[in-house]
Design a protein around this ligand. Structure first.
Ligand SMILES: Nc1ncnc2c1ncn2[C@@H]1O[C@H](COP(=O)(O)OP(=O)(O)OP(=O)(O)O)[C@@H](O)[C@H]1O
Ligand SMILES: [Mg+2]
Length: 429
């Protein structure tokens, strides 16, 4: 597969690769080499294996067989083969002590000669040729669970502002709307700004208390409850709206939203989180656990500092993911001293995913009418920017603006004239 963007050159995965997190499972690994032990241990720290209980030790197949002679087997066993022993024979011995239902991943050696189908016949669920990196291990373990269940594992895109009022919600809402319409992906926006969220206004929806009911419900949310709480905005876009009322305060524990996100991910291919500009346990967790993060910033000093800090903290918390993306918004405001895009990008050591111009007429018209930018102007440059962003985040190529024919204005005029000419003549009174 060809790379779509230069910026993705140091991306350890394809931009469109989506590795879904695992449920609460136990994983035990038996490694032969130092490198594999390191990779597996690091995989245990990855966000997608956060719910798993993973232990790794050395000793390979022989150690595994010895251990499971006296102990029940976990949900997943990872075995490294160093190529010195007949792997099929070893797997036969392991099968004798393995509980049914345990899944087995083999990290093989290029010297292994066993045919793949023989491995499968012995109950091996996945085979990866070593040497492996952390992400190979994460991918392999996660694939055992996402591929086998007939459920959708939705992709979560978290959008957050580097400062308040920079336009993060506007970007989140337009992005989700565009993904739903242009990429035809069923999408849900979750407005996490419970007290002041504007998603309901932006999509011109009557007030529904979606997210508050879901997160404050005594029972664990299920798909049926989520369906009831979603407000349908377009054919493929739904909203879990914020109450935007102040009769109570909204303090949450770090894991308060986990069940809501997990439930929605089972039925929705794309979930866009409108994360308010605050740094608390649950906002940090929503960002760290997202598949992609978009930080929206204005080109000033405070935004520069905050974006840099957010990028570095989030990068460190997600060593096996592509780095968070950022977008510059409200660029080119009249008479405002701004940090140049080039200088901003140099400090971030990466290019913005989009540079959205300041346009008070366009954005205020959209906001006041409860419309998206594309609904105000189908062909506006900013509409195209949102299309590009949607493509980039859903892992497709860039959208090229259709080339405008030099004859277009002339053709338009002629068309106008001919339709006027063909309009039914009024009867003379
Ligand atoms: N590129 C732009 N040009 C002009 N106005 C914009 C632009 N982007 C957003 N706005 C306007 O800026 C205002 C704030 O936008 P928005 O509510 O999306 O920001 P936010 O970062 O989510 O704010 P908050 O911190 O309150 O959540 C809105 O009125 C919106 O219409
Ligand atoms: Mg907002």
């Amino acid at each position: 597969m060809t790379r779509l963007h230069d910026e993705d050159a140091d991306d350890p995965r394809h931009p469109e690769e989506h590795i879904a997190p695992v449920p609460r499972i136990s994983v035990q690994a038996f490694c032969e080499t130092e490198q594999t032990l390191k990779a597996v241990t690091a995989a245990g720290q990855d966000r997608r294996l956060a719910k798993a209980h993973l232990t790794a030790r050395d000793g390979g197949l022989a150690a595994a067989i010895e251990v499971y002679e006296s102990m029940p087997t976990p949900n997943v066993i990872v075995i490294e083969s160093d190529g010195t022993r007949d792997i099929l024979e070893g797997l036969d011995d392991l099968a004798g002590v393995c509980d049914p239902g345990t899944r087995v991943v083999v990290i093989g050696n290029p010297n292994d000669t066993a045919p793949y189908r023989e491995l499968v016949r012995r109950g091996v669920n996945d085979y990866v040729v070593g040497p492996v990196e952390t992400l190979d291990v994460v991918r392999s373990i996660c694939s055992l669970f996402s591929a086998s269940e007939a459920i959708i594992t939705g992709r979560v895109i978290a959008v957050v502002g580097a400062k308040g009022g920079v336009g993060a919600s506007t970007v989140a809402h337009n992005l989700a709307w565009t993904i739903a319409r242009d990429l035809a992906l069923d999408s849900v926006v979750i407005d996490l700004d419970l007290a002041f969220g504007t998603a309901g206004l932006d999509y011109n929806q009557d007030p529904v208390q979606g997210i508050a009911n879901a997160v404050l419900s005594q029972d664990r949310p299920d798909t049926a409850l989520m369906e009831r709480l979603l407000a349908k905005c377009t054919e493929r876009l739904s909203l879990l709206a914020a109450p935007a009322t102040l009769d109570r305060v909204y303090d949450f524990g770090a894991e308060a939203f986990d069940a809501v996100f997990d439930t929605l991910r089972m039925t929705t291919p794309c979930i866009v989180l409108d994360v308010p500009h605050q740094w608390s346990g649950w906002t940090r967790r929503a960002l760290v656990n997202a598949d992609d993060i978009v930080i929206v910033a204005e080109p000033d000093l405070a935004n520069l500092r905050n974006t840099k800090n957010m990028l570095s903290v989030l990068k460190a918390a997600r060593p096996n993911d592509r780095p968070p993306l950022y977008c510059l918004n409200q660029v080119g405001m009249h008479k405002r001293a701004e940090i140049e895009v080039k200088a901003f990008a140099k400090t971030m050591e990466s290019q913005p995913i989009a540079v959205i111009p300041f346009d008070s007429k366009l954005f205020s018209t959209a906001a006041n009418n409860g419309q998206m930018i594309a609904e105000v102007s189908k062909t506006h440059r900013t509409t195209l920017l949102f299309q590009n962003m949607a493509n980039r985040l859903a892992g497709r190529g860039e959208v090229k603006k259709p080339k405008r024919s030099l004859l277009e204005p002339l053709l338009k005029k002629l068309k106008g004239r001919s339709s006027r000419n063909s309009a039914p003549h009024r009867k003379a009174s």
